[in-house]
Design a protein around this ligand. Structure first.
Ligand SMILES: Cc1cc2nc3c(=O)[nH]c(=O)nc-3n(C[C@H](O)[C@H](O)[C@H](O)COP(=O)(O)OP(=O)(O)OC[C@H]3O[C@@H](n4cnc5c(N)ncnc54)[C@H](O)[C@@H]3O)c2cc1C
Ligand SMILES: NC(=O)c1ccc[n+]([C@@H]2O[C@H](COP(=O)([O-])OP(=O)(O)OC[C@H]3O[C@@H](n4cnc5c(N)ncnc54)[C@H](O)[C@@H]3O)[C@@H](O)[C@H]2O)c1
Length: 466
C-alpha cells in the first residue's frame, strides 16, 4: 500500500458538496485530495440525478412545445420518441459537465483518486481502486460527501428488468406505454411529467394525502390539476402490499385492495445516505436509520476533524444546498471563523409546469398568526407569456399587511425556477429594504416574465388599501 502524507483535507465524494468544498479549500491554500469511487467526476448529481433528469425534461418540453406549434405539429409524435434516444442526448450534457468539472480539479491542483474511500482513523483514509491498488492518505481533516442512493425496501426486486429506480431508469432500453410511479415526492412528480409528456399512461401512487405537502397548498393543488390534465392518474393515501414483476410487466397490489398493472414501475420513494462501508465504525460514528450523519454548525460530526456535507447529512438534500454547504464548511476549515449556514433554500421542482418557491407558505403564516396579504399575477395576462404561448402559471407574493415585508414567493409555470430569484433577492434585504414596494417602484424590462412581480405587487397592495 502506498502511503501519501501531508494532506490538509481529504474529501470522499465528488458531487456538488465534495467538489465545492475541495475548490474552496484549495483556493484557501490547503492541500486537497478528492476520492470518488466512480472514474468520472461529478457525483450522482451529474450522472444519475439532477443533470440527466433536467436534460430529459428539457427535451420532453421541446416535444410538448412542438405539439402546440402549428408549424411543427404533425412532424413529431410524442409516442414515437424513444426513451433510449432521449437518454443518449442527455448523456451528451453529462459528458460536457464531466469535462467542465474535471478542469476545475486540474486548475486548482486538487488530486483525484478514483477508488473507494474508507476512513481508518480521524487522520487516515484508505483508497482501493478497481485495479487492486491501495493508498493510505494521511490528513488533518476529512470531509464525508458521499451523497445518497435510492432507498430499496427488501421486498422489492430491483434486479427485475421491469422495476426501476431513478438510477436504473437511465438505462431503461424500452419505451413503456403505461408506467406506474410509486412515490410522489419530487422525483416521482418530475418523472410523471416527463412520462406524460411522451404520451405514456401514468399512475402516480402517493403515500400521503396531497402532492408535495411542503408546498403552498394552492401550488400543490395546481400541480395535481396539471398532472391530471396531462393524463396522469394520481392515487393518494395508498401503500403497496405486494409488487410482482414478470416478463411483460408489473402488477402492484395496494393495501386498499386495488390492483394496478403496467409495462414498468419506477420506484421513487425516498433515498438513503451513502454511509455504509466508509469506515464509520473505525472512528466510533453511527448513521441514523436513513444512513444520514448528524453534524454541528461547522458541519463537523461528533468526531473532531471529520466533517460531512450534502445529501449524507439529510435535509434539504439538494444539489443547490449541497454546493453551498461544501463551500461554507471548507471556508470554516481554512480560516477557523464562524461558518455560514444554508438557510432559506428555494425549492425548484422541474415538473411541467415547473414550481419554485422561497419563504413561508400561506399555511405556515396562518398557523403563526401573521397578518399577511396575497398579491397574484396570472401568466395568461402577461404579454411575454402570450408571446411564448406559455400561459399556464402564476406568481403569488405573500407579504405583511402592515410592514409590507415580503414573506413568501410561490410561483408555477414557465421560467418559475428563474423568476423566483428576483423576489428572493428582495427578501434577503434587511428591514426596511425588504418591501413589496420595490416591485412597484422599480421599472422592469417589458415584455418579460419578471413583470409578474409588478402585477402581483400592485394586486396585493390594492387589497390592503381596500
Ligand atoms: C432524479 C434526481 C433529480 C434531482 N434533481 C435535483 C434538482 O433539480 N435540483 C437540485 O438541487 N437537486 C436535485 N437532486 C438532488 C441532488 O442530485 C443531490 O442533492 C446532490 O447530488 C447531492 O450532492 P452530494 O455532493 O451530497 O452527493 P452526490 O451527488 O450523491 O455524490 C456523491 C459521490 O460520492 C461518491 N462516493 C460514495 N461513497 C464513496 C466512497 N466510499 N468512496 C469514494 N466515493 C464515494 C459517489 O460515487 C458519488 O460520486 C436530484 C436528485 C435525483 C436523484
Ligand atoms: N428539483 C429538485 O429539487 C429535486 C428533484 C428530484 C429529487 N430531489 C431530491 O431528492 C430527494 C428524494 O426525493 P424522493 O422523491 O425520492 O422522495 P422523498 O424524499 O419525498 O420521500 C418519499 C417518501 O419516502 C420516505 N422515505 C424517504 N427516505 C426513506 C428511507 N431511507 N427509508 C424509508 N422511507 C424513506 C419519505 O418519508 C416519504 O414518505 C429529495 O430530498 C429531493 O429534495 C430534488
Amino acid at each position: 500500500m502506498d502511503i501519501s502524507s501531508g494532506w490538509d483535507l481529504v474529501v470522499l465524494g465528488s458531487g456538488p458538496a465534495g467538489e465545492a468544498a475541495a475548490m474552496q479549500a484549495a483556493k484557501g491554500g490547503l492541500r486537497v485530495a478528492v476520492i470518488d469511487r466512480r472514474e468520472q467526476l461529478g457525483g450522482n448529481c451529474t450522472h444519475w440525478g439532477t443533470i440527466p433528469s433536467k436534460a430529459l425534461r428539457h427535451q420532453v418540453r421541446q416535444v410538448i412545445r412542438s405539439q402546440r406549434n402549428p408549424l411543427l405539429r404533425g412532424l413529431i409524435n410524442p409516442r414515437q420518441v424513444r426513451w433510449q434516444d432521449l437518454i443518449q442526448r442527455s448523456g451528451e450534457v453529462v459528458d460536457s459537465q464531466v469535462q467542465v468539472r474535471g478542469d476545475f480539479y486540474i486548475r486548482n491542483r486538487v488530486r483525484v483518486f478514483a477508488g473507494r474511500g474508507e476512513i481508518q482513523s480521524p487522520g487516515e483514509v484508505r483508497v482501493d481502486d478497481d485495479a487492486g491498488r491501495q493508498w493510505l492518505l494521511r490528513t488533518r481533516h476529512i470531509l464525508i460527501a458521499t451523497g445518497s442512493r435510492p432507498y430499496h425496501p427488501e421486498d422489492v426486486d430491483f434486479d427485475h428488468p421491469r422495476i426501476y429506480d431513478s438510477d436504473t431508469l437511465l438505462r431503461m432500453n424500452h419505451t413503456p406505454r403505461h408506467i406506474l410511479v410509486y412515490g410522489a415526492g419530487v422525483i416521482g412528480c418530475e418523472y410523471t411529467s416527463i412520462f406524460t409528456g411522451l404520451g405514456m399512461r401514468v399512475d402516480l401512487i402517493n403515500s400521503r394525502q396531497h402532492l408535495l405537502d411542503f408546498l403552498d397548498t394552492e401550488i400543490s393543488d395546481a400541480l395535481s390539476y396539471h398532472l391530471r390534465e396531462q393524463g396522469a392518474t394520481i392515487r393518494h393515501s395508498e401503500q403497496y402490499s405486494k409488487l410482482v414483476a414478470d416478463d411483460d410487466g408489473v402488477t402492484l397490489e395496494l393495501q386498499s385492495g386495488k390492483r394496478l398493472r403496467a409495462d414498468a414501475l419506477l420506484w421513487s420513494n425516498g433515498r438513503s445516505g451513502n454511509t455504509q462501508n466508509i469506515g464509520l465504525e473505525n472512528i466510533g460514528l453511527e448513521a441514523n436509520s436513513r444512513g444520514q450523519l448528524a453534524v454541528d454548525e461547522r458541519y463537523q460530526t461528533a468526531v473532531e476533524g471529520v466533517y460531512a456535507v450534502g445529501d449524507v447529512v439529510g435535509w434539504p438534500s439538494l444539489a443547490s444546498a449541497s454546493y453551498d454547504q461544501g463551500r461554507f464548511c471548507a471556508a470554516g476549515i481554512v480560516d477557523g471563523g464562524p461558518v455560514k449556514q444554508v438557510t432559506d433554500v428555494p425549492t425548484g421542482i422541474y415538473t411541467i409546469p415547473g414550481i419554485s418557491s422561497v419563504g413561508r407558505t400561506e399555511q405556515e403564516l396562518t398557523e403563526a398568526r401573521v397578518p399577511y396579504e396575497v398579491g397574484q399575477a396570472f401568466f395568461k395576462n402577461l404579454a411575454r407569456a402570450q408571446i411564448t404561448g406559455e400561459r399556464v402559471g402564476m406568481l403569488k407574493l405573500l407579504f405583511h399587511r402592515d410592514t409590507l415585508e415580503v414573506l413568501g414567493i410561490h410561483c408555477f409555470g414557465y421560467q418559475a425556477m428563474e423568476i423566483v430569484h428576483v423576489g428572493q433577492a428582495v427578501m434577503r434585504q434587511p428591514s426596511p429594504n425588504n418591501t413589496i414596494n420595490y416591485f412597484i417602484d422599480t421599472t422592469f424590462n417589458y415584455p418579460t416574465m419578471a413583470e409578474a412581480y409588478r402585477v402581483a405587487a400592485i394586486n396585493g397592495v390594492n387589497r390592503v388599501r381596500r
